[in-house]
Ligand binder design. Sequence first.
Ligand SMILES: Cc1cc2nc3c(=O)[nH]c(=O)nc-3n(C[C@H](O)[C@H](O)[C@H](O)COP(=O)(O)OP(=O)(O)OC[C@H]3O[C@@H](n4cnc5c(N)ncnc54)[C@H](O)[C@@H]3O)c2cc1C
Length: 286
Amino acid sequence: MKVLIVHAHPDPASFNAALKDTAVATLRAQGHEVQVSDLYAMGFKAVPDAEDFTDTRRDPERLQIDVEQEHQYETGTHPPDVAAEQAKVEWCDLLILQFPIWWFSMPAVLKGWVERVMSRGFAYRRGRKHAKGVFLGRRAMICCTTGTSAATYAPDGIEGDIQHLLWPVNNGVFHYLGFTPLPPFVAFAPRQATDEDRRELLDAYAHRLRRIEDVEPLYFHPREDYGPDQRLLPGVEARSGFQRSPRAPHRPAAPAEEHSDERGPEKKIEKKIRADVDSAASAATS
Ligand SMILES: Cc1cc2nc3c(=O)[nH]c(=O)nc-3n(C[C@H](O)[C@H](O)[C@H](O)COP(=O)(O)OP(=O)(O)OC[C@H]3O[C@@H](n4cnc5c(N)ncnc54)[C@H](O)[C@@H]3O)c2cc1C
């Protein structure tokens, strides 16, 4: 198997770097090929901006990043650093994102890697997402660390469910692009841990990687669970991430905004835009 690890930590002596090194050693010992993109060491440019689109522009007046990315894909004019990362993504069977949780998300440089590398045209395009995603057949996994304990990230913990925290990456990046997301490996609070605990965390990660080919993926609802409006069909209980089932039999409490009548004008335009998007989406998927 070919594995790409995208590593986002500024300190080579960090616990994240130790997790990355554990992965490289363990996977290679199992006979897998591994490439690492160490974003801080590479000085990877973290923001998509006009500099990325100096060769040719579809529209010299407006900078619509996704429009220009698609143009670059069609004309083969991606910037060299982006093209090099895209070649690695195309090469891999398994993508691992290695990062510390920063502000409930990934570090900016990794977010920027996703924004620049997983570009429109290359990684997603009209009618090519989820079950028809570009990277169908490949798998992807998060390995991350936190500042606070597992208890704080329990479903009833003060920080909220870690699975929900990671849903934007698992669903919004991996699943959207067609990857099969594997359950994340989370090393909780390594800074507070003892040396022995940290060794055990690294051992547990090595253990996970040794059986990586047998790991059961995360659950995502199949396309048949959704109606033409791309909402879960009434009666289908939401089982993944942020989703809930307002139309299922056991209706959970609605958020306050659904009861507010001060949002009349907003609701009207939301409804109109939603109708426009729905008709564009069904045109794209048909
Ligand atoms: C901007 C920012 C925002 C943040 N936001 C959040 C947030 O929203 N939620 C949250 O939970 N946390 C947050 N944090 C905290 C952050 O998630 C943790 O500090 C981080 O995940 C810890 O991982 P690390 O690799 O940086 O640990 P390090 O501090 O690098 O390492 C922890 C310990 O492991 C030791 N170590 C290194 N290598 C090895 C090895 N091979 N074997 C054994 N021990 C080793 C180190 O020496 C150190 O003692 C934030 C931090 C920052 C800077």
